[in-house]
Design a protein around this ligand. Structure first.
Ligand code: ADP
Ligand code: MG
Length: 342
């Protein structure tokens, strides 16, 4: 690489994350030496972003850097854990200093915001692929799993699911241009070009700069019976939690939290984005009846349904209340995103 691999690491990554006292040896040797606290379980997560698969080619470098770390921090949050250390495996087609500076800015700002040290990685040439591993800790035995839910547990979600998928739809349909083709693509996706510029930008930002719910995950330790982060869509990921918990799930459609921006940009298709849209990185959790009041009082969480006996056919059922108060149920069809599905 033109700049030189070692110079590149030195310039952009050696001081990119947060300094931490539990890093005995960081970037520069064959491996990092890390000192986990005693009495903790180590939590290890890994997620890779591939250009053109996980983000549109030509995405802003700062967003790619942010998202590469955010999707991993979201997995740490879903385990109820605290992030400590991160490894970055960067494969790039060429060295562009402005791109690297933007990437390191996005990655580094999020790392420092969560006190995470960048302790090593790998730098190679090839099609743009960003592999990240985060290590965190949780008090021994307290890690949140997908499998702890029981019939009768309430379901909660953080934030407003669907925003990121609508934001990606706007980016893919070039929402900042007014050509006939772009307008037609937005209309086909149920996205209104005539919504306010603020609403359009709010949704794009939810895709480009998702917020990993670290503080919420930590606060839910000892309260949630099961937890997952929503990367592939609410219905699909709820199905995974329900199946791991040997339960079925019911979603109360009217209870789903809908952002003002989503309602403005896609008044007709909002529900589809909320149920099936991916890339939100919100937490979805089950809560036993005894803990419901405490979780309901936490900011930023909405109660959206419940787990029940797995005897119903569909893993996830949608429940609607008609004007006269009668409840109707239909199986949810959203399957979530599967890289290897037909
Ligand atoms: P080795 O050949 O022994 O694997 P490298 O030359 O690949 O070592 O890397 C040198 C040092 O720089 C190592 O400590 C490695 O962890 C670190 N490193 C390499 N790439 C990155 C990166 N993108 N971000 C952070 N650290 C990196
Ligand atoms: Mg190496």
């Amino acid at each position: 690489m033109a700049l030189g691999e070692f110079e590149l690491i030195d310039r952009f990554f050696r001081a990119c994350g947060a300094p931490r006292a539990d890093v005995v040896l960081g970037v520069g040797d064959d491996g990092a030496l890390l000192r986990p606290p005693s009495g903790a379980d180590l939590v290890a997560v890994s997620d890779t972003l591939v250009e053109g698969v996980h983000f549109p080619a030509g995405s802003p470098a700062e967003s790619i850097g942010h998202r590469a770390l955010a999707v991993n921090l979201s997995d740490i949050a879903a385990m109820g854990a605290t992030p400590r250390w991160v490894l970055l495996s960067l494969t790039l087609p060429r060295v562009e200093e402005a791109w690297l500076a933007g990437f390191a800015r996005g990655f580094g700002a999020l790392a420092r915001a969560h006190g995470v040290a960048l302790v090593g990685g790998d730098t190679t040439r090839g099609p743009m692929t960003i592999g990240v591993q985060v290590l965190g800790t949780v008090p021994a035995g307290e890690g949140l799993r997908r499998s702890g839910g029981r019939p009768g547990d309430a379901l909660f979600v953080t934030g407003t699911p669907g925003d990121a998928a609508a934001g990606l739809g706007l980016i893919m349909a070039a929402s900042d241009t007014a050509t006939g083709e772009a307008v037609a693509r937005r209309t086909a996706a149920g996205l209104r070009s005539d919504a306010s510029a603020d609403a359009l930008e709010a949704l794009r930002q939810r895709f480009l700069f998702p917020t990993p719910r670290i503080a919420e995950g930590e606060a839910l330790r000892g309260l949630a019976s099961a937890c997952i982060d929503i990367s592939d869509g609410l219905v699909g990921d709820l199905g995974k939690l329900a199946t791991a918990s040997a339960c079925a799930a019911v979603l109360d459609v009217e209870a789903l939290p809908r952002s003002a921006a989503l309602a403005a940009v896609t008044p007709e298709a909002a529900l589809r984005f909320m149920l099936d849209g991916g890339d939100d990185y919100e937490l979805l959790l089950a809560v036993p009846p005894a803990q419901v009041a405490r979780v309901a009082s936490m900011p930023g969480l909405t109660r959206i349904g419940e787990l029940r006996d797995a005897s119903t056919a569909a893993p996830v059922t949608l429940r609607r209340r008609a004007a006269d108060g009668t409840l109707s149920e239909t199986p949810a069809t959203g399957a979530g995103f599967d890289h290897f599905a037909g």
